[in-house]
Structure formats: structure tokens, C-alpha cells
Design a protein around this ligand. Structure first.
Ligand code: FAD
Length: 396
């Protein structure tokens, strides 16, 4: 029976970053994953020489210099800058909302003209809501009654109807008038010509793809795929403070378990099931070197059923390299209702799920020798950089 300091359940960014830190501290690690590959949701599949983001487009971005230098020390990152485009009934608009968008929408050429147009539309919306629903005025201020009203008060009718309304309805599967106002807190508008989606100081994609980052972080660790933690027998001996874990393909002892699978599943769903939102992808190869000229195109009207089309090569190929690769791979993204057996992607931030997750977290705190980490293990949406930050602060 082999001994490890850590058994790490899940080879996503949390698990593999933990393994890297633990090994640097002289600890031994076994990383297992129930999937047939390592890397969790950042895993890429090679098709036509292109790294395809199998579980959804992943763009690394952060303001944290330490995190940026850390990931670049494992594999250098490229200069990819996320600048999505929106397609509304065949007409294209730059995102996020900036002077390019306002020129495309209204033909305005100065920040002053753009600002005046937005203010005019916001004022029109406010006037209309006050007239139609005087009860909505509290302490002299109109309170938006739903997401539609909130968006109209923030950016006015043209931007809302072209770029927000139908896209949001596709995402949520519900009408904007039936969605709560709090979903949209801010809708930043930029009065400069700047299509860079993120405000962070650093962004990019690992050169050679995310699998290189995963392989680099796992260098020296033992790994096992197709191994579901719950198909294993485990016992904990409080005296020696050792776990014994036995499965079809493993037979080990370990001092601690880092668990990055689903929080409710660990406890056998004893308090009930946590809900998730998910996305499905239809991926195909196109016989052209350049299908849409951009990595991300959002489809903001109801005419098309998908929300986005991702053209994967643009994450890593620039300039002449795009044409040196004769084919391309695109994925349509669909928002779908989560059902058993689907990939659990986004935790649901409502009262029932927040309360239930808090109860499970209390149980987790009492579990001896087990660290619950990551998106599934904490039932919390994390971007990649915060996951790494979290592991950097973990006690090894
Ligand atoms: P995961 O990557 O989910 O890894 C968990 C692993 O645990 C999985 O491999 C799973 O198979 C394994 N596992 C679960 N249960 C068991 C079990 N019982 N036994 C064995 N193994 C098990 N972040 C960004 O910064 N930028 C982006 O552009 C971005 N885009 C995203 C798009 C989508 C659609 C989603 C869902 C997330 C996106 N993220 C993005 C977030 C990013 O994916 C996460 O921050 C990151 O993957 C979290 O890593 P993790 O290790 O917590 O989880």
C-alpha cells in the first residue's frame, strides 16, 4: 500500500495548483480524476492542430501580478486580448459598450454626443416608468421593478434592445420583465474607443494551450484518471490520522484529502441537492482558415438559438498563422436548463442554494483531514486567477 501526504480529488486548476505547492514543500501527492483526462474545465482537445476549449472558452485575466508571474513561470502566456463582437440580426457591434459601439449604433463620433444620447434615453425611460407606476417611487427615487427596467435606466432603449434584452432572455430562459433587477447591478459604458473586454492589467492564453499549464503544474505528481473517488472505499483512523483509500485501480494511505468534487455529493446529498446552471456546446470543423475573424461573437437576437460562437484558433493564432492553418473549429454555445448527468458549471446564487451550501460548508469544516476547494467543492463561482490565489493562501 503506497503512502501519500495528499490525495487530491480532481485535477482542475485548484487540485493541480495545490499539488504543485505541496510538492514544492516536499510532500508527495496523488491526483485522481473521474474524467479520462487531467485539467478539469480548462482541458483542451486538439482538433486540426487547434486547441479546442472543450468545456467552454477560457481566458485568463487578473490584476494580481504575483498570480500572473506564477502562471507565466510554468508556461509563458500570449498577448490574447478579449474583444468580443455582438451580432444582432446580421449587424455587428463591438463590446463592451464603448465609443466604437456608439458609433455603430447612432453614428455619433464624440464622447459628448454619445453621453448625450445615452442620457436622453435614460431620462425617457425614467419618465415613462414614473408615469406608469407611481407606486415604484420610494423616497423620491424610482425603484426598477425588474431587469428590463433596471437596464433601461442604466443605458437606455437602443443598447438594451439591441445588445442586452434577447441575449439575456436566451441565457436565462426567461423574459427580462420576469427577471429580478438585482441581476444587473452596473452596465459600464466606456466613452473611449477601447474594445478590450477586461479591465485587468494582465490577460492571455498559455502558449501551446492550457494543457501545458496543467502538465507543468503536475510535473512530479502521480496521477490517475478514470478514477471516481466515490467508487473507492475509504476509512479514517483518528488515532494515526491516516486515511486508507481502496478502489479498482488504487490502494493507498494518505494523511490528508484535498477534495474538489461537488460539495453536496461528498455528504451523499444528505441535506438535499444543490442546483447548477449549465451550457451545452455544438462543435464542428469548418473548411476555411478564418470563419468569423474573432474568437468570440455573441448572438444577441432571438433569431438564432445559440448565445455565442467561439472560433478557437483565434485564442492562439495571430496574423499569418491564422491562414497557415487551413481549417478552423467553431463551437456554438447554448444556454440549457441543468439536468442530472450534465456538467455542473455555474452555482445558482439564490436563497435556497446559498442556505443549503452554507449548511454543507458547516459539515465540511467538521470533516477531519479533508480540505474542500475549488468551484465544486465550495459551491462558488471562481475565475481561474482567484482559484490560484486561493491555493496560494492555503496552508500546506
Ligand atoms: P474544475 O476545473 O471543475 O475541476 C474539478 C475536477 O474534479 C474535474 O476534473 C472533475 O472531473 C473532478 N471531479 C469531480 N468529482 C470527482 C470525483 N468524485 N472523483 C474524481 N474526480 C472528480 N475562468 C476564467 O478565469 N476565465 C474564463 O474565461 C472562464 N470561462 C469559464 C467558462 C465556463 C463555461 C466555466 C464553467 C467556467 C469558466 N471559468 C473561467 C472558470 C474556471 O473554469 C474555473 O475557475 C476553474 O476551472 C476552477 O477549477 P476547479 O479545480 O475548481 O474546478
Amino acid at each position: 500500500m503506497k503512502y501519500y501526504d495528499y490525495l487530491i480529488v480532481g485535477s482542475g486548476l485548484y487540485g493541480v495548483t495545490f499539488a504543485y505547492r505541496a510538492m514544492n514543500a516536499g510532500k508527495s501527492c496523488l491526483v485522481i480524476d473521474k474524467r479520462s483526462h487531467l485539467g478539469g474545465n480548462v482541458y483542451c482537445e486538439k482538433l486540426e492542430g487547434i486547441n479546442v476549449h472543450k468545456y467552454g472558452a477560457h481566458i485568463f485575466h487578473t490584476n494580481n501580478r504575483e498570480v500572473w508571474e506564477f502562471v507565466n513561470s510554468i508556461v509563458p502566456f500570449n498577448r490574447y486580448t478579449n474583444s468580443p463582437v455582438a451580432n444582432y440580426k446580421g449587424k455587428l457591434y463591438n463590446l463592451p459598450f464603448n465609443m466604437n459601439t456608439f458609433y455603430q449604433m447612432w453614428g455619433v463620433t464624440t464622447p459628448e454626443q454619445a453621453q448625450a444620447k445615452i442620457e436622453e434615453e435614460r431620462a425617457e425611460a425614467l419618465e415613462q416608468f414614473k408615469q406608469n407606476n407611481p407606486q415604484g417611487i420610494i423616497n423620491g427615487e424610482y425603484q426598477p421593478q425588474n431587469l428590463e427596467e433596471q437596464a433601461l435606466l442604466l443605458v437606455g432603449r437602443d443598447i438594451y434592445e439591441t445588445l442586452i434584452k434577447e441575449y439575456t432572455e436566451k441565457q436565462w430562459g426567461r423574459k427580462c420583465v420576469d427577471l429580478p433587477a438585482f441581476i444587473i447591478k452596473r452596465l459600464p459604458v466606456r466613452l473611449i474607443f477601447d474594445n478590450n473586454y477586461f479591465n485587468d492589467s494582465y490577460q492571455g492564453i498559455p502558449i501551446g494551450g492550457y494543457n501545458k499549464l496543467i502538465d507543468g503544474l503536475l510535473k512530479g505528481a502521480d496521477t490517475l484518471t478514470d478514477c471516481n473517488f466515490f467508487d473507492c472505499q475509504r476509512t479514517y483512523d483518528p488515532q494515526s490520522q491516516l486515511f486508507s483509500v481502496q478502489g479498482a485501480t488504487l490502494d493507498i494511505q494518505c494523511r490528508r484529502i484535498v477534495y474538489t468534487g461537488a460539495l453536496d455529493e461528498y455528504f451523499g446529498y444528505s441535506l438535499g441537492k444543490l442546483d447548477w446552471r449549465t451550457v451545452s456546446f455544438k462543435t464542428r470543423t469548418e473548411d476555411t482558415p478564418n470563419y468569423q475573424g474573432n474568437a468570440v461573437v455573441n448572438y444577441t437576437s432571438h433569431d438564432v438559438p445559440f448565445t455565442r460562437v467561439i472560433e478557437h484558433k483565434h485564442f492562439e493564432m495571430f496574423g499569418p498563422d491564422v491562414y497557415a492553418c487551413p481549417k478552423t473549429v467553431v463551437s456554438e454555445e447554448y444556454s440549457v436548463e441543468y439536468q442530472e448527468g450534465m456538467e455542473p458549471y455555474y452555482p445558482i446564487n439564490d436563497e435556497r442554494n446559498n442556505d443549503l451550501a452554507a449548511k454543507y460548508r458547516e459539515l465540511a469544516e467538521k470533516e477531519p483531514g479533508v480540505i474542500f476547494g475549488g468551484r465544486l467543492g465550495q459551491y462558488k463561482y471562481y475565475d481561474m486567477a482567484p482559484v490560484i490565489e486561493e491555493v496560494m493562501q492555503a496552508e500546506i
